[in-house]
Ligand binder design. Structure first.
Ligand code: NAP
Ligand code: G3P
Length: 483
């Protein structure tokens, strides 16, 4: 597994079923976050090409919607096989492009194939329902309502950099299985991985025009895509500020937003610290904390705080830091701008008298894992999503104080609670404002058939395979009025 990113490839856009250069003649250089050099170029598509792609998508969607579920499924199952057959090549692209450890990149590709296969199975078992008119008081017996699920039309799928394959396919697979066409806008720093993923779908023989991959900077082509009259549903995963912007742009069409997080780990005074320490370490620092579900603050009962901090310090100092090619846990961040942002949060906290327990060391965009204790609510790191390897420790006197601080955040994606008292765990869990609460485990999205949602600034709508199939389709009621 080498970094010999050979002759720099200029990747084509996948428009109307054809791999083609953009009429813009413009190409975007993709930098590798750890090789710190250009590893390839992608197309900057034009508004005209977007118009054409959406027009063709509507045409192709009509025929696709007419296919049987099992026929649609056969293309997706072939896609999953292609992904598995090419997992090394795709994983290399993910590692080079977003700096994710090689093993984690392979896991992402295999996880995606499993997600696609499960999506097909789930759709095959999503049967409609029928209702009797006389089920409602005084309702007519000779009236039967048949409820089916119908596609919405053309779905715009916009994905973030940190899971360029999995978080793209988790939109594309249910959209296609529900009978829609797709316009896929990958994150610029994730476009090459997205292209490799769609090459596999193309090899699987997907009907031409049903899906187009429109590479280009979100700041350039994003609004045009989102406001386009030909888009019938948007599924977006990314930052909360972009998500808020999108929700203003996109008028009156179904919108699912999976956004940022500031997931707390609430450590009660009766917590099993072995479990808490290993879950917090994995939850906070895997892939340098560049996960929306990363643990991004610890709210620890002061009775066990000293021991927890001492054990986290020991664990942080043992973390592997370095190249994704060595599967290091802490790897260089996606770009220098992100590293500057993370460093600014560390500097702000230290300037406001936080205690530096470990870290605060940096080499370019490689930020060493940093543990800050005695963090107070005056410090930005207590509230802001760093998307980097910095973990603030906030000491609390009670579960009530932990809940109050947890809910004071604008975010509400997930939370973890560590206690050996299950009643206490559920009592705290029901008070915390989050889409998901993990008891004695790290915050994470998977397994992918679980509902996945954020509340407050963390999102709108629900993902997770079944919920995605539901959000990318609509009910149609046909009423039989019998004589
Ligand atoms: P981002 O900067 O918000 O970008 C996300 C996607 O939106 C990219 O494809 C981006 O394209 C595109 N975009 C940017 N401006 C747009 C516009 N005006 N219209 C349409 N699309 C536009 O997020 P990121 O840096 O890639 O990902 C990190 C963020 O995503 C973090 O906040 C993280 O918490 C969040 N995230 C959330 C989840 C979740 O499931 N809740 C999962 C992963 C990540 P460009 O790349 O070309 O700018
Ligand atoms: O940030 C990506 C998000 O969806 C996290 O996924 O599985 O790492 O919790 P996971």
């Amino acid at each position: 597994m080498g970094s010999n990113v050979s002759e720099l490839t200029t990747y084509l856009a996948y428009l109307n079923g054809e791999w083609q250069q953009s009429e813009s003649g413009e190409k975007i250089a993709i930098q590798s976050p750890y090789l710190r050099r250009t590893i390839g170029y992608v197309q900057a598509v034009t508004q005209n090409e977007v118009d054409q792609a959406i027009k063709n998508a509507h045409q192709a969607q009509k025929e696709w919607a007419g296919l049987s579920l099992s026929k649609r499924g056969s293309y997706l199952l072939a896609w999953a096989d292609e992904l598995v057959n090419n997992q090394e090549e795709i994983a290399l692209a993910v590692m080079h492009e977003v700096g994710k450890g090689y093993k984690d990149s392979v896991k992402e590709v295999v996880r995606t194939a499993d997600l696609i296969r499960y999506t097909v199975e789930e759709a095959l078992h999503m049967h409609g329902e029928s209702l009797r008119g006389d089920g409602f008081p005084g309702g007519p017996q000779k009236k039967i309502g048949i409820v089916e699920r119908m596609p919405l039309g053309v779905v715009l799928a916009i994905s973030p950099f940190n899971y360029p394959v999995n978080l793209a396919a988790s939109k594309i697979a249910p959209a296609l299985m529900a009978g829609n066409a797709v316009i896929f806008k990958p994150a610029t720093q994730g476009s090459i991985s997205g292209i490799k993923m769609i090459e596999a779908l193309d090899k699987a023989g997907l009907p031409k025009g049903l899906l187009s991959l429109t590479t280009g900077r979100g700041s350039v082509i994003g609004d045009y895509l989102v406001e386009h009259k030909g888009i019938d549903m948007i599924s977006f995963t990314g930052g909360s500020s972009t998500g808020r912007h999108l929700s203003k742009q996109s008028a009156m069409i179904p919108l699912v937003l999976e956004l940022g997080g500031k997931d707390p780990a609430i450590v009660c005074d009766d917590a099993d610290l072995d479990v808490a320490v290993s879950s917090i370490m994995n939850g906070a620092f895997s892939y340098s904390g560049q996960r929306c579900t990363a643990i991004k603050r610890v709210l620890v009962n002061e009775k066990v705080a000293d021991e927890l901090v001492a054990r986290l310090k020991e664990a942080v100092e043992k973390l592997s830091v370095g190249s994704p090619e060595e599967d290091s846990t802490v790897v260089p961040l996606i770009d220098d701008k992100s590293a500057d942002f993370v460093q600014s949060l560390i500097d702000d906290a230290l300037a406001k008298q936080a205690t530096l327990v470990a870290g605060n060391k940096r080499k370019d965009n490689l930020i060493y894992p940093t543990l800050l204790d005695h963090v107070t609510e005056e410090m930005d790191v207590a509230w802001i999503e760093p998307f980097g390897p910095v973990l603030p420790i906030i000491r609390v006197k009670s579960d009530e104080e932990a809940i109050a601080i947890a809910n004071k955040s604008e975010f509400g994606l997930q939370a973890s609670i560590f206690t050996q008292d299950v009643d206490r765990a559920f009592a705290v869990a029901k008070e915390v404002e989050a889409g998901t609460v993990q008891i004695n485990g790290r915050t994470e999205r998977g397994p992918d058939h679980f509902p996945f949602l954020g509340v407050k600034a963390s999102g709108m709508g629900v993902q997770g395979i079944h919920n995605s199939l539901v959000s990318m389709s609509r009910q149609r009621v046909t009423v039989l009025n019998l004589k």
